[in-house]
Design a protein around this ligand. Sequence first.
Ligand code: SF4
Ligand code: SF4
Length: 304
Amino acid sequence: MNNDMGYTALISNMQHFSTGDGPGIRSTIFFQGCNLRCPWCHNPEAIPRRPVLLFYKQRCRNCKLCVKACPSGAHGDKEGQHIFVRSRCRLSGKCVLACPSDALRLSGTVKTLKEVLDYLYEDIDFYEASGGGVTLSGGEPMLQADFCAAVAKNCKEKGISVIIDTAGNVDYSEFEKVIPFVDSFYYDLKGASEEDYRGKIGGSLKLTVMNMERLVKDGAEVTARIPIISGYNDSPAYCINLCEILKKAGVKNVHLLPFHRLGSSKYDSLGIYYPYRDTHPPDKEKMDSLLEVFKNDFGTKIEW
Ligand code: SF4
Ligand code: SF4
């Protein structure tokens, strides 16, 4: 692990007062880059392992300040209207600084360890008062495990609790780097068959489960999180299979996360098609019925 405060990581976003990333008041660091491709992902901007520019067309006031600022001619004017030509974008970020209306955002900026820690320490009083802390999420934070370990070690020294939110598709040696400093893992289980993992999300169920089992055996606190996606895994029969996998892995707590469409505008801002655009979120009745499948064997919760 590198403890040098100038040590860097590629970060998608940093957020104070985040909800849904663990107990209490938390700050969340979203790492840039993921090795899975979940088609329902609500952070698509954090998937590429390189920076990307988001352009929120509906916020654009047509002021053209970005046209002047962009060194590569990616922003232009067509019949008085602002246009953005993504293929010309060289990710200088100069347009983001020039834009007065928050219509542009760069996901994937290089941050030093000091910058990240300074950001996290700003809310230390809130963590203490609320039983909260810090969550390392993404993208896949474990692809930058050395940096995660450095953040978590520094937080631990300050008495700040740290959760890592992972899909677990990395070599176990990456987990060994962070285990000593992390309080808890939020560990996604996204399918019950190798076919679904390989075909739908581009990962490995075998690796996911193997790492989950090893974490539990090594004494880590692991909460399994299952996204419930309408038309994919929202049947009791599918959930029984997920339940069996988690029982075998020795996990004690399961959270169900109903699919939502809040990430939809991000797909538009990236100029990519969102295949779940018309998919309806599961309703309360559906979620309650699926929770029943897990209730006898685990501590359970629905994360609305
Ligand atoms: S600077 Fe922002 S608001 Fe102005 S034209 Fe460019 S994107 Fe639109
Ligand atoms: S693992 Fe998470 S960040 Fe990666 S593609 Fe799936 S939902 Fe998105």
